[in-house]
Design a protein around this ligand. Sequence first.
Ligand code: GLC
Length: 538
Amino acid sequence: MKEGQNKYLWWQEGIIYQIYPRSYQDSNGDGVGDLQGIIQRLDHIQSLGITAIWVSPIFSSPMADFGYDISDYCDIHPLFGTMDDFDELLSAVHDRGMKLILDLVPNHTSNEHPWFKESRSSRDNPKRDWYIWKDGKEDGSVPNNWLSVFGGSAWEWDETTQQYYYHAFLKEQPDLNWRNPEVQQAMMDVMRFWLDKGVDGFRVDVMWHMIKDDQFRDNPINPDYQEHQSTFEKLIPAYSTDQPEVHDIVHMMRKVLDEYEERMMIGEIYLPIHKLMTYYGTDKNGAHLPFNFLLLSIGWDAREISSNIDQYEGALPEGGWPNWVLGNHDQPRITGRVGHDQAKVAAMLLLTLRGTPTIYYGDEIGMRDVPIPEEEIQDPQGLNMPGLNLSRDPQRTPMQWDNSENAGFSNAKPWLRLPENYRRVNVEAQQDDPYSMLALHKKLIKLRQQEPALHVGDYRPVLSSGAVLAYMRYTSDQRFLILLNLSHKACHFSPEHLPFEGTIEVDTLPEREGVTVHDQVSLSGDEGMIIRLTGRMD
Ligand code: GLC
């Protein structure tokens, strides 16, 4: 869709903010964040200027994987509050003109879900086929070589019914059998339950895992596996993920969303670009936004990022809307990956690229991964594969609000520890500091939301060399040149035969804002700027 041709929808024009609810705000003194806590912090969220909040799972769960193991899809875990609290949150978010996106986890349930309890009760239970049960091989060993993302075999032996069940994640997270129409129906009903309440969309957990090879063939060995990687990487999940039939399921979900107005679906999909694109569906009948995780995996280098943006832009199907992500609850935080100063450049990149940006809570104040001592590790991924440093706890620590006890997150001992420096790095400390990460985020978001060139305009790479990533965002009547020095070293941007003229609108060094530039600019290390072009640039 080119600018000017169509009306844009909120999830195209807007910005998404992800909340990990255990860690946002505790309102009842148990050291764990909750829904009332989020309500208390809506002023902050609104002051950022974001459009939609995505909240990680808040449903009934034994918490083996901190809520990604659901035992009732249509109820709220008491740790987070009640259904009344949820209704209150939803209307408070809507009253403020924002949207609410829930996390839908359709690939697997908890082993405590009544569906699984029934399924495992006997081989002829009507729900037996709702999960993936298989006989062992003749010698009694596991049905095939598939591995669990969280370590070890993906098959768990069930003593009572003498069969194995498949779990792509923990053994407490048995995979549903999505080839079974009753399962499909049950999950569409779950979607309708929340859509009827008025939620604006879903982030669908591990969408590319939902259908497995119907012959359960062994996955091939990964020749590039290295010892420091997760044991799951030993094989290429060619048969356990990304099967062609998954698109029928995604389409089915999309049809449910389309029964309602302006609802949307984001898919969590870790796949290479050409495969990711298939999740948009044919004729836009798939996910609205298959999550684009490129910036999480590629090197922090101007040429590499620029060529990846081009590949991504070039691969988008007709009408497919782009999106970008810098962090989430499964990935190390951006500030740790590139450093504090460069994280400002990263924020400028995220908020000036074409496509819907998702901001992970805490990144707006430059929170860093918090080192969690071994004996305090909670994340099953970290616990199951010790020594590989795979725990996701460091990026899930409590939001740092102020310099009071526990950073204003809770008056009890938080479920994960805070960093020593929280009295310095927090929302309150950055609130009135024009040089802060928070101030930069607010400025970038405001400009993006104000300028059609930035939120719906076109993207064009600008030929540059060395450390500077340069591109234009434009509509027919407004153009911005974005220059990002991805290195720590000062450098010069002077594209040959490319005269330009403009004013620096936002700069990671605010002193330069308002300065007029033409044809060339010098940039400090870790500096990024958005130039509003006034002269020609072809
Ligand atoms: C997704 C979630 C992750 C969870 C996994 C299993 O990748 O983002 O946190 O552990 O699915 O549900």
